[in-house]
Design a protein around this ligand. Structure first.
Ligand code: PLP
Length: 370
């Protein structure tokens, strides 16, 4: 999918339309033209011979880069601007989708972006990701491991604080703050509106990946606040504590409190958050390491639905849909929530590799895809 759509107005975000008092207190920087599309995955459903499977394609949520990150950044970047920060600082692995989304949309919002990354074994797209972060004008630093990143973080923050003479906006891994989760509360309301408009049936189960947690936590809160009782099945793609049920529930509760406080309605804070199941059965050998089942899911989605999955998040999520449907334990209609970018981006200019730290220039050398 190509084309650079222009973003809608803040009043068109369903969460803000639903709670005017929250809207008055919550600035947003809209980053998408409208709701992400939904569609029935007919051939996949038929081949599974079980429940009907639907797609919510957040891959197309965004103007220049899609996926779950723009949803978080709509609220996060506005919060940074409200606090009059000049710089947003964040972190992730060297191939981070979150870092790339922050670099692209942060620059568009007039914010400087600093990335403190951690080295990991490069995947097929890591070089492109890094070049795009550099091309967007982000400052890129990296260390060899998580302990070194944690040790370097205070110096990294201090550097920008001194330079800007004001506090930089510090955004945790994956943009998974309560503010980031608010983007997925909005997504819950968006889905409820699509169900009400008859675009899809109310899903009995929604299957979504869990990494740093704000996607599933915000979605759970948003669905319940919007009156949908679909079971939410979180597919853990990492063993990190951010994907543990206790952390996800805490974030879901925190974001409902945020909504309640800003909407001026205290009973919203007590909305039931039942019906969440997080499973690590589909993780395979670990984060970013494909399993036999995730490789099969990737091939099946491409063959049957022309749907491009990534190996880290969406292939494992789809493997859960296929596996649970095969076991006959998935109640339909099922909604597979696609979180990886599906907006075509131009090939990055290899010359920007010179802006990468010297130790990463080798990773930034990309081969043209055939
Ligand atoms: C493509 C994609 N899907 C899913 C996730 C997981 O979302 P979250 O970190 O909010 O749990 C991420 C990021 O971590 C991602 O980049």
């Amino acid at each position: 999918m190509t084309g650079e759509a222009s973003a809608r107005s803040p009043a068109q975000l369903p969460l803000l339309a639903r709670f005017p008092r929250l809207a008055a207190r919550t600035p947003v920087v809209p980053l998408a033209a409208g709701p992400s599309p939904v569609a029935r995955l007919g051939r996949l459903s038929e081949s599974l011979g079980g429940p009907d499977v639907w797609l919510k394609n957040d891959g197309l949520y965004g103007t220049i880069y899609g996926g779950n990150k723009p949803r978080k950044l709509e609220f996060v970047l506005a919060d940074a601007l409200r606090r009059k920060s000049k710089t947003v600082l964040t972190t992730g692995a060297i191939g981070t989708n979150h870092g790339l989304a922050t670099a692209l949309y942060g620059a568009q919002a007039g914010l400087h972006v600093g990335l403190l990354l951690t080295y990991e074994e490069p995947g097929p797209d890591t070089g492109r990701q890094l070049l795009r972060m550099a091309a967007a004008g982000a400052d890129i630093y990296y260390t060899r491991n998580h302990a070194l990143t944690a040790a370097a973080a205070p110096y990294f923050i201090a550097r920008y604080w001194l330079r800007d003479r004001r506090r930089p906006y510090i955004l945790g891994p994956g943009g998974s703050s309560s503010m980031g989760a608010l983007g997925f509360v909005n997504a819950g309301f968006e889905l409820a509106a699509q169900v009400a408009a008859g675009e899809l049936p109310a899903p009995r189960s929604i299957v979504v990946p869990v990494g740093t947690g704000a996607t599933v936590a915000g979605l759970l809160a948003g669905l319940r606040l919007a009156g949908l009782d679909s079971e939410v099945i979180g597919v853990a793609v990492t063993r990190a504590p951010t994907a543990w049920p206790v952390a996800v529930k805490r974030l879901a509760r925190n974001v409902t409190k945020l909504v309640a406080g800003r909407a001026g309605d205290r009973k919203l804070a007590r909305v039931g958050l039942d019906g969440l199941r997080i499973s690590s059965d589909w993780l395979g050998p670990g984060y970013a390491r494909p399993s036999r089942r995730s490789a099969q899911a990737l091939a099946m989605a491409a063959d049957l639905e022309n749907l491009e999955l990534d190996a880290v998040y969406t292939a494992k999520t789809m493997s859960a849909v296929i596996g649970l449907a095969g076991q006959g334990v998935l109640e339909g209609p099922v909604l597979y929530w696609h979180t990886h970018n599906a907006i075509r981006m131009p090939e990055p200019d290899p010359a920007v590799a010179s802006r990468l730290p010297s130790g990463l220039r080798r990773v930034g050398k990309i081969r043209t895809r055939v």
